[in-house]
Ligand binder design. Structure first.
Ligand code: SF4
Length: 344
């Protein structure tokens, strides 16, 4: 993907020592947190300096691509919001993307799911093998996401296989609980499977603006249905601003939703999203994510090349080792760069 930047700088042969650094600092000084700045120049002349400078100053390097005029780096002004609960052991949480197609087409979907997206199914046989190997590599919880998982005819088997390995949370838009899909839901073990249903706002306007007319009402209906069936339901909101997050918290308080059943996150600038928080790999503590295409660093970019770790899913022990080793290597590189600039 090509990131649209708020500011474009052309290095024009300059290096950090010959004027570029001054221009860079001036550009960032006038930028808001989260703004994107692109620099195009010669990789051998400025690449290493730019990377080190970004790590030291907390301005995250989001991407670098080769273009006709040279290498184009995109960096985000300011640090990414801290991830909560990042002391969780790497690999204890496993994400599975089961299919990618979806009955909705949300304008911020981070993996471009929609009714016309091709189904890229992980498939029951692979899920069963993953579930069989997962406990031995340290997985203690499994999150299953789609697109919309309940579009799959074998979703009951997929979730049952996962639930045999670890407690499962299935992410859904909650709009398909009728007929055979309701029966699939009803077949699941209440003490092993929880639901995380998307609801972006207290009233339909905010939710429907991103997800489509009438979707708030149907999601709310799905939440009530899942609760009536005896499932634990977490509500997950994707919001644009802190004001929207606050308004949703007020709604959750009124609904007496427990803290542990609330997920409120900002829109990530990936997939369909044209705005939101630009997140680089270095901003994200890895949460092993498996799709039909391979093993990814984090669910927020589960089809993006920069977050791909390996195309080989099996044996799971190798895939998990690859993620852990990459995290160690990249953390070590960050520490080393910081040490180079120790002044005393
Ligand atoms: S955000 Fe969820 S519900 Fe919306 S299109 Fe993506 S997968 Fe479907």
């Amino acid at each position: 993907m090509r990131w649209e930047a708020d500011i474009e700088l052309d290095a024009r042969g300059r290096t950090f020592a010959s004027g570029l650094l001054v221009e860079l600092i001036a550009a960032l000084r006038g930028s808001r947190d989260g703004a994107l700045l692109a620099i195009t120049g010669d990789a051998s002349a400025i690449g290493a300096d730019l990377e080190a400078w970004c790590r030291l100053t907390g301005n995250s390097l989001i991407a670098s691509t080769s273009e006709p005029g040279g290498t184009r780096w995109v960096l985000r002004c300011g640090a990414a919001p801290a991830e909560p609960d990042h002391r969780r052991p790497i690999g204890s949480r496993l994400w599975l993307y089961t299919n990618f197609d979806c009955n909705l087409c949300c304008d911020y979907c981070c993996v471009r799911s929609s009714p016309t997206a091709q189904r890229r199914a992980l498939g029951l046989a692979r899920v069963q093998r993953i579930a069989g190997e997962a406990p031995s590599v340290g997985v203690t919880e499994i999150f299953v996401t789609g697109g919309e998982p309940f579009l799959l005819p074998d979703i009951a088997g997929v979730l049952a296989a996962c639930a045999a390995a670890a407690p499962v949370t299935v992410l859904t838009n909650g709009m398909l609980f009728s007929g055979s899909r309701l029966r699939a839901l009803q077949s699941l073990e209440r003490d092993r499977v929880s639901l995380q249903i998307s609801l972006d706002s207290a009233t339909p306007e905010g939710h429907d603006r991103h997800r489509g007319q009438g979707t708030w009402a149907r999601a709310w209906e799905g939440i009530q249905r899942a609760r009536a069936e005896g499932f634990r339901v977490r509500l997950a909101a994707t919001v644009s601003t802190e004001a929207e997050a606050d308004a949703f918290r007020t709604f959750l308080d009124a609904q007496k939703i427990a803290e542990e059943d609330r997920v409120i996150r900002r829109i990530a600038c990936r997939g369909f999203a044209s705005e939101g928080i630009a997140l680089a790999r270095a901003d994200l503590v890895p949460e092993v994510t498996i799709t039909s295409e391979g093993v990814y660093w984090h669910p927020v970019g589960a089809e993006d090349e920069d977050l791909l770790v390996t195309r080989e899913i099996f044996p799971l022990s190798d895939a998990f080792a690859a993620v852990r080793q990459a995290f160690e290597r990249e953390s070590e590189q960050s520490r080393r760069l910081a040490a180079i600039f120790n002044c005393a």
